[in-house]
Design a protein around this ligand. Structure first.
Ligand SMILES: OC[C@H]1O[C@H](O[C@H]2O[C@H](CO)[C@@H](O)[C@H](O)[C@H]2O)[C@H](O)[C@@H](O)[C@@H]1O
Length: 570
């Protein structure tokens, strides 16, 4: 009943004393305010979030903020202000009159470089594998979207950000581009030879960096207060290496790619690096006389996430002070910035989300990625003839490598670990990301070998499961056991493949067979899978498991390219 729910929501809200978060009253519309600011005002407006939820009680919270307006936003604000929140009839009429169904402005786009049978398929012989690869290739067509602003005339707004080019989305509820997902999507697009689509993905991110100084979590106004793991320079490098090694591109085409990468793209890498160093770093003392800078995740908000507004209110409801609630909201959004949302990794008590402490931790994986970024900037600067920047970034990378082994190495765990810079303690549990310095060729200290680390921490799970779980803690969070995620399989297999083909193939086959079985039974590709049962989708977390799915498809393409027919065991 609407009155009961309304009262409950009202009670919740009064109890948690929300920090100033969007306009409580419609502000007079200043004509100079741009569409982005107006969209921000609407989609962060608590009354808006509340009333749309009241009329759609069982929907995924994200769909509330994914509704574009049918009428100019100033009219929407006026109607919202006048709305009686206890009158369901009025609310339903408001939604009908003023709001579209979620996602109407994000429409199918036409791929210009897609072919029904990409060249790599010709190197396969197994007919079942060929049929599977073709079906996987068809997914690109469904996942390619564009933001069509023609559907938003005269001051109508959407939470989607304007984009220069169409983009590949993960799929399901994720109908916008996501930052770190795109790295694995690009891996797959390159296998399929879709260079134009890759270039457009990168150029969309170039535009973001020019406009915002960083790449947001995803292409929505409600993602503008945070980023995701900074894989931009690695995406560019994959594209660059692919083009330079291509036998199909002409000299002129290669020159054009080189000019773009060493010009605009490199400038953006520098700008993004500056963003992370300025806004997301802490100084850590490593000896009496020396300090070093390491990176942290830290969202720029102390409010609930609009796309998970009710989930966040619910998590905060037992907190007493507004300081505690603000810290909780900061740590929740910060976990979303890490891409690992959510996992016991960020909780002091692995079973209790209220003990989340993400912004107090120096994460191993973020610093490993920043190390790689510094190396790439150094290499590209040298190629561009800027030797001073090349030297400066080489030096940064060496200092970071030293700091990673000095600050983030836990002798007790015999591995790297996230370090709480407030309590000066390591976090207790092992996650696959604890090994991430290995992906970027950082050697462990104390004369340990890389293979020792894999053996110590992963051998038994490679044998026991259908892929390597990100975490071995069984909580109900989606990044915890028993879920298997494609990006981790990729990092791990690519790394192991450098020194042990058989072990890499064993792991690749296990993950592949799970995806294949899932496809055989449902013709779908999922965002996460179950470690115990091949083909079964993962579960847990705050939304239903999604299909599509950008990074799973990207990684599978990469594994087929790497192992060809051998990947198929039947
Ligand atoms: O709506 C909840 C959260 O959803 C996203 O996170 C998950 O999906 C992303 C897209 O595949 C992925 O990048 C992330 O690693 C997943 O955990 C979103 O990125 C979060 O910000 C959002 O709060």
């Amino acid at each position: 009943n609407v009155n009961v729910l309304f009262n409950e929501l009202k009670k919740l809200q009064l109890k948690i004393q929300l920090p100033t978060f969007g306009a409580k009253q419609p502000k007079p519309i200043d004509n100079k305010q741009n569409a982005l600011q107006l969209a921000q005002q609407l989609y962060f407006n608590e009354k808006f979030l509340r009333v749309v939820k009241l009329a759609n009680q069982n929907v995924d919270s994200k769909s509330i903020v994914d509704r574009a307006t049918k009428r100019p936003v100033e009219q929407v604000f006026r109607a919202l202000h006048a709305l009686d929140e206890t009158n369901l009839g009025q609310i339903e009429k408001f939604i009908d009159d003023y709001l579209h169904e979620p996602g109407v402005e994000i429409v199918a786009a036409k791929l210009t470089d897609w072919s029904e049978e990409p060249a790599f398929v010709r190197s396969l012989h197994n007919q079942q594998l060929i049929a599977f690869a073709k079906s996987l290739n068809n997914q690109w067509v469904d996942l390619y979207k564009q933001f069509d602003s023609r559907l938003l005339p005269n001051n109508c707004v959407s939470s989607h950000l304007p984009m220069k080019y169409p983009f590949v989305v993960p799929g399901g509820r994720f109908i916008e581009i996501y930052y770190w997902d795109t790295y694995w999507t690009i891996e797959g697009l390159l296998v399929c030879g879709m260079l134009q689509t890759v270039r457009h993905s990168i150029e969309n991110f170039v535009e973001f960096i020019k406009k915002f100084g960083f790449i947001p979590n995803g292409s929505r106004v409600y993602y503008l207060n945070r980023s995701q793991p900074p894989y931009f320079s690695q995406m560019v490098m994959r594209y660059y290496d692919f083009c330079m090694q291509s036998t199909e591109l002409s000299k002129e085409q290669k020159d054009e790619v080189r000019k773009f990468v060493l010009g605009e793209a490199l400038e953006c890498m520098l700008k993004e690096h500056q963003f992370w160093m300025k806004n997301r770093s802490v100084d850590v003392r490593i000896s009496d006389r020396r300090c070093c800078k390491l990176n942290v995740f830290r969202a720029n908000t102390t409010g609930p996430r609009p796309e998970s507004y009710f989930e966040d209110l619910h998590t905060a409801k037992h907190m007493d002070s507004s300081e505690q609630k603000e810290k909780l909201y900061l740590d929740i959004a910060t976990a979303a910035e890490s891409g690992i949302d959510f996992s016991s990794r960020w909780f002091k008590d692995p079973m209790n989300m209220n003990t989340i402490q993400t912004s107090d931790l120096i994460p191993v994986d973020l610093n490993a990625v920043m190390y790689k970024t510094e190396l790439i900037i150094s290499d590209l600067s040298r190629l561009s003839g800027d030797l001073e920047t090349a030297r400066k970034f080489k030096m940064c990378s060496l200092k970071r490598k030293f700091a990673i082994n000095k600050v983030l190495w836990s002798a007790d765990m015999n591995c790297w670990a996230d370090f709480n810079f407030r309590t000066n303690q390591f976090t207790d549990h092992f996650y696959v990301s604890n090994l991430s310095p290995l992906w970027f060729d950082i050697k462990p200290p104390n004369n340990l070998k890389e293979t020792d680390l894999i053996e110590l921490h992963l051998t038994s799970s490679i044998d026991s499961y259908h892929g390597v779980p990100y975490s071995f803690i069984k909580s109900s969070q989606q990044w915890d056991f028993p879920n298997i995620w494609a990006p981790n399989q990729h990092n791990l297999i690519e790394f192991i493949h450098k020194f042990d083909h058989e072990l890499a193939l064993k792991l690749a086959r296990k993950f592949f067979s799970s995806i294949y079985k899932g496809w055989e039974s449902s013709r779908a590709f999922y965002e996460k899978y179950n470690a115990h049962t091949p083909g079964e989708r993962g579960h847990g977390g705050e939304y239903q498991v999604q299909s599509g799915f950008g990074w799973t498809n990207g990684v599978i393409f990469k594994l087929i390219e790497l192992f060809k027919d051998d990947i198929f065991e039947y």
